[in-house]
Design a protein around this ligand. Sequence first.
Ligand SMILES: [Zn+2]
Length: 174
Amino acid sequence: MRPPANFCQVCGHSLEDRSVHGRVRRVCPACGFVHFEDPKVAVAAFIEDGGRVLLVRRAFNPERGKWALPAGYVDYGEDPAAAAIREVKEETGLDIAIAGVLGVSGGSGQFGASIVITYTATVLDGVARPADDADAVLWLSPGDALPDIAFTSTRQALAAWQQRGKQHFGADSR
Ligand SMILES: [Zn+2]
């Protein structure tokens, strides 16, 4: 959870709790400004290339040292698909094309984001190298053991993807 807003961003007066528009919100008694606590939106990219999916190891907390999809926050006014493309470029150097939406999850889950949009994507150009929030990259194959994954939603998506891959490749030949 984010800390509550204490001061009015319009006039600087202290805010107080009032019931406004159906729930308790922080309101300025001096100028009437209502501080709406908006959802924080993050995007992640499920990038498939040659039957493998790209993971990055997180260089910072939360979940430092664990593996995740390339991901980050959507800036105010930014198209979420463009944010996914930007984050992948920052963390891996890859240029990607968005293929579709894998899922949208809500709640207070990963990174403290309220809404996470996970896109499927393909590689347009480049060789994956870690940078920015990532300190390693890994192309995971369907038959590989899952490394230590940072977020439950990612673990579930990867497990489903691996299961599909095994069926597709008629597996357990090892
Ligand atoms: Zn005010």
